[in-house]
Design a protein around this ligand. Structure first.
Ligand code: GAR
Length: 195
C-alpha cells in the first residue's frame, strides 16, 4: 500500500474546516493523513478538537516572537520538517505569511478562502458581498503564493445569496460548502502529487 501524504493543518480559531479534513482522512481510500494541527495562538479552539481526535496539536505561539514574523515561521518550519510534513493546508489561519514560509512551501501549501476569488480577497468577505448586492457567493481553495489570496485556483463552490440573507446566514451556507470542497480538493491535489 502506498503511504498517505502527510498534511499539517494550520488554524487560528474553531477549526471547523480542519475537522472536515480530519473526517475525510479517516476514510480508507483518502490519499492524505492529518499528521499535525498547528495554531499560532494557544486560545485556538480547534487545538482541543484535534487532540480529542488523537491528532498531534501544536501551538507555536506568535507572541514571544513579537514583530519578527519570519522567526515565528522558522520555528514553525522546523516543527514541520521534524515531523516529515509534505503539504500544508491553511484552514482559517489568520496571519499573513512572509516570503520565507511561502517560498519554502511553494506548490505545497493550500488555503481556503470564503469568497469566489478573485472577488473579495482578504477579510469581511460576506459583508462586502452583501453590501455590493451580489446574488452569488462561495468559497475557493487555492495554492498560496506571495500575494494574499492570489495563488492559482484549485477548486471553487458556489452558493446563491438569498433575499433577507445576513452575514450569519450567508457564512453558514458558504461554510457548508467549504467543508465539502476542501477535503475533495486536497484529495485531488495529493493524488496528483504522487502521479
Ligand atoms: C473559514 O470560513 C475560512 O474560509 C476563513 O476562516 C474561516 C475559518 O473557520 N478563512 C479566511 O478568511 C482566510 N482569509 P474554521 O476555523 O471553522 O475553519
Amino acid at each position: 500500500m502506498t503511504s498517505k501524504t502527510k498534511v499539517a493543518v494550520f488554524i487560528s480559531g474553531r477549526g471547523s474546516n480542519m475537522e472536515a479534513l480530519v473526517r475525510a482522512a479517516q476514510t480508507p481510500d483518502c490519499p492524505f493523513e492529518i499528521a499535525l494541527v498547528l495554531a499560532n495562538k494557544p486560545e485556538a479552539g480547534g487545538l482541543a478538537t484535534a487532540q480529542a481526535a488523537g491528532i498531534e496539536a501544536l501551538c507555536v505561539d506568535q507572541k514571544p516572537f513579537g514583530k519578527d514574523r519570519e522567526a515565528h515561521e522558522r520555528a514553525i518550519d522546523g516543527a514541520l520538517r521534524e515531523r516529515g510534513i509534505q503539504v500544508i493546508a491553511l484552514a482559517g489561519y489568520m496571519r499573513i505569511l512572509t516570503p520565507f514560509l511561502v517560498d519554502a512551501w511553494e506548490g505545497r501549501m493550500l488555503n481556503i478562502h470564503p469568497s469566489l476569488l478573485p472577488a473579495y480577497p482578504s477579510l469581511d468577505t460576506h459583508s462586502r458581498a452583501l453590501t455590493a448586492g451580489e446574488t452569488e457567493a462561495g468559497c475557493t481553495v487555492h495554492l498560496v503564493t506571495a500575494g494574499v489570496d492570489e495563488g492559482p485556483i484549485l477548486g471553487q463552490a458556489r452558493v446563491p445569496i438569498l433575499p433577507g440573507d445576513d452575514e450569519h446566514a450567508l457564512s453558514t451556507r458558504v461554510l457548508e460548502q467549504e467543508h465539502r470542497l476542501y477535503p475533495e480538493t486536497l484529495a485531488t491535489f495529493c493524488r496528483a502529487l504522487r502521479s
